[in-house]
Structures are given as structure tokens and as C-alpha cells.
Write a protein that binds this ligand. Structure first.
Ligand SMILES: NC(=O)c1ccc[n+]([C@@H]2O[C@H](COP(=O)([O-])OP(=O)(O)OC[C@H]3O[C@@H](n4cnc5c(N)ncnc54)[C@H](OP(=O)(O)O)[C@@H]3O)[C@@H](O)[C@H]2O)c1
Length: 327
């Protein structure tokens, strides 16, 4: 059964599929290339990539295979990449942008995001960013608003069909909206039943900024942090609802975002799960289900659990103004 993934229209008219394949952390050689091919065959068209994931070549290989065998054309796909924060300075930006294009084997992005609002110092060739005493070094010579303004050239040149941000908190989003003419099409943030991020979601959606949820399944691979408690997908309420609906807890977690009009980018390299994660449009959570799932919120950030200490000291660390960390 080949399923159609619904699309939403961004604030500049560009159309974006509501489910995309997450690509970070795929480790084995060829694993991601195969996953991308499986995903395209199943009906995925949207791929969430980033320079920092270091695997855009593999995604690109999978995409090229499926274009060459005639399954899809480039214009059927929705390819996202992100400017790494160590390339925030204007003289460095193009290097990051062009390297992502080259690795993915495409000549434009459907959406390009400012990955983080806290620019860091470039660490030299082959280094992700400058690290001193085990900590990431912030670059205060350039501001996230300036970076956003500088990114507009990609829209003008047609090398990006839409531009957005990621990991901007309410304060940063509000400031961006105050100081810029171009409203981002997207803010990509962490969202799942244990961190529903409702205030930030509502702020974005009220300004026609689409919210894309990362770690929508509670990011199982990041969970070996002892303080994080039991995995999201083991949650008894999610399992209870899933059982009643004949769905899986993963599908219920994804559907929770979809019904809030939030796009999801679950990552999987497992064929059955890739299919499962897009099979979420033949059922509906009731208002009561939604209420129960809202009630599960505990502000648990899976992303920061791993990286928080690495950049907690940054002035523009997006997770520090409004952080209510319980772990
Ligand atoms: N903008 C940002 O700063 C940012 C930050 C984090 C993530 N992201 C993006 O968001 C994507 C998703 O986040 P994530 O990868 O951290 O976590 P996630 O999608 O919440 O979880 C992925 C994990 O769940 C497993 N999984 C997938 N489908 C499943 C299912 N149906 N049932 C049970 N387990 C399942 C995967 O295993 P297998 O792969 O082994 O099947 C993998 O271990 C990333 O890949 C990346 O593209 C962006």
C-alpha cells in the first residue's frame, strides 16, 4: 500500500510534506542510503538533513539512485539542510551551504535553516567548531539576527525555495520577528508528548511559521543518559491509547504533533518503522486522548541532555532563558 503524505503550505506558498525522514545519527556505511531508498519507495518525499550530521553524501546517494531508476524526479522531493553555527560569519556561510549542496548532489534546497541561534567560532578545516577546555566557544561577533538577514541571499538566488530557523526559543523568535522583514517559513524545534513546547508552538503558528518537530519519538538513541527516566515510547498512557486504536505508541506520539498542525521528521533506518511512521493518517486521537497526552508533558529535552554542558555557558544558548529542566 503506497500512502500519500499530506502537505502544508508554508507562508511563502511553498508546499511541504508533513512527514519527513530524519537522518541524524545513522552510523553504519550504506545504512542511510538504503533507508532513503526504502523511504522513497514507501512514499516519503521530505528529507531532513544538516551539514553537521556528516552524512549528507549517503542521503544524496540514496536520492540519486531513486532519481536514476525513474522512481522520482528532483522536483518531487523536499530537501532540507541547515547552516551549521560555526559557519555563521558571512565569509564562511557559503562554504557550508555549498558543501551541503555538493554532498547531497542537488543544486537547490527546498528549505534551508539556521540550525542554532548561538553562533560558535570556526575551529579550522575538518573541525566541527572551536572547543576549549571541553566546551564549545561562542562567537559573539555575529548575532543570530544578522545571520538570518545574511541568509536571504539564498532565497534571492533561488538556491533555497524557503528559509527558516531551528532551535529558536520564544525570546529569540520574538526578536527576529521585530527586527526582520522576512518572516521565517519554519522553526524546527523539539516536540513530543514529554516536551510539547506549547507556548513556542503557538507563538510560531500565530505568525504563520510552520513548526517542525524533531525527536518526535523521544530520540531512542539519545536515551542512554541515566537521568532521563524511562523512554517516551514506553509511556503507559501512550501504550494504552495505542492499544485501543490498534496503532503503535510511535504512531500515537507522531499523531499528537500532526493534530497540533506540527510537521514531524521521525528518524529510522528500519524498513518496517519507516513505513509505520508515515502510516498515521488513517486514525484520529479524540479530544480526550489529546488532553491525556498534553498531561504527559514534563519538559524533558532529549537533545540538550547530551549537549547541554557543552554550550550551557553560551549567551545565546536557546535553552537557557525558558529552561525548566526537571532532570
Ligand atoms: N534541528 C535540530 O537541532 C535537530 C535536533 C535533533 C534532531 N533533528 C532531526 O530530527 C530527526 C529526528 O530526531 P531524532 O533522530 O533525534 O529522534 P527520533 O526520530 O525521535 O527517534 C529516532 C529513534 O527512534 C527509533 N524509531 C524510529 N521509528 C520507531 C518506531 N516506529 N518505533 C520504535 N522506535 C522507532 C529509531 O531507531 P532505528 O533508526 O534503529 O529504527 C531511532 O533510534 C533527526 O534525525 C534529525 O533529522 C534536528
Amino acid at each position: 500500500r503506497n500512502m500519500e503524505i499530506p502537505i502544508i503550505e508554508l507562508n511563502n506558498g511553498v508546499k511541504m510534506p508533513m512527514v519527513g525522514l530524519g537522518t541524524s545519527k545513522a552510523k553504519k556505511p550504506n545504512e542511510l542510503r538504503e533507508a532513503v531508498k526504502v523511504a522513497i519507495d514507501a512514499g516519503y518525499r521530505h528529507f531532513d538533513c544538516a551539514w553537521i550530521y556528516g552524512n549528507e553524501k549517503e542521503v544524496g546517494d540514496g536520492i540519486r539512485d531513486k532519481i536514476e531508476d525513474g522512481t522520482v524526479k528532483r522536483e518531487d522531493l523536499f530537501i532540507v539542510s541547515k547552516l551549521w553555527r560555526a559557519y555563521s560569519r558571512p565569509e564562511l556561510m557559503d562554504e557550508c551551504f555549498n558543501e551541503s549542496l555538493r554532498r547531497l548532489g542537488v543544486d537547490y534546497f527546498d528549505l534551508y535553516l539556521e540550525h542554532f541561534p548561538n553562533p560558535t567560532m570556526h575551529g579550522g578545516p575538518g573541525v566541527l567548531e572551536l572547543i576549549e577546555n571541553g566546551k564549545s566557544v561562542e562567537d559573539l561577533s555575529i548575532d543570530y539576527v544578522t545571520v538570518w538577514k545574511n541568509m536571504q541571499k539564498y532565497l534571492e538566488s533561488g538556491k533555497a525555495r524557503a528559509l527558516g530557523v531551528s532551535n529558536f526559543n520564544e525570546f529569540q523568535m520574538s526578536r527576529l520577528l521585530r527586527e526582520c522583514d522576512v518572516i521565517p517559513a519554519v522553526n524546527q524545534i523539539e516536540s513530543h508528548p514529554y516536551l510539547n513546547n506549547d507556548k513556542l508552538v503557538k507563538l510560531c503558528q500565530s505568525r504563520h511559521i510552520a513548526v517542525v518537530a524533531y525527536c518526535p519519538l523521544g530520540s531512542a538513541e539519545r536515551i542512554n543518559v541515566s537521568t532521563l527516566g524511562s523512554p517516551l515510547l514506553d509511556d503507559p498512557e501512550l501504550n494504552h491509547i495505542a492499544l485501543r486504536l490498534g496503532k503503535t505508541p510511535a504512531q500515537v506520539a507522531l499523531r499528537f504533533n500532526i493534530q497540533r498542525n506540527i510537521l514531524v521528521i521521525p528518524k529510522s533506518v528500519t524498513t518496517s518503522r519507516i513505513k509505520e511512521n508515515m502510516d498515521i493518517f488513517d486514525f484520529k486521537l479524540t479530544d480526550d486522548d489529546m488532553k491525556v497526552i498534553y498531561g504527559l508533558n514534563r519538559n524533558r529535552r532529549y537533545l540538550t541532555a547530551h549537549f547541554y554542558n557543552f554550550y550551557a555557558h553560551h549567551k545565546f544558548n536557546p535553552f537557557r532563558y525558558i529552561e525548566t529542566r526537571e532532570f
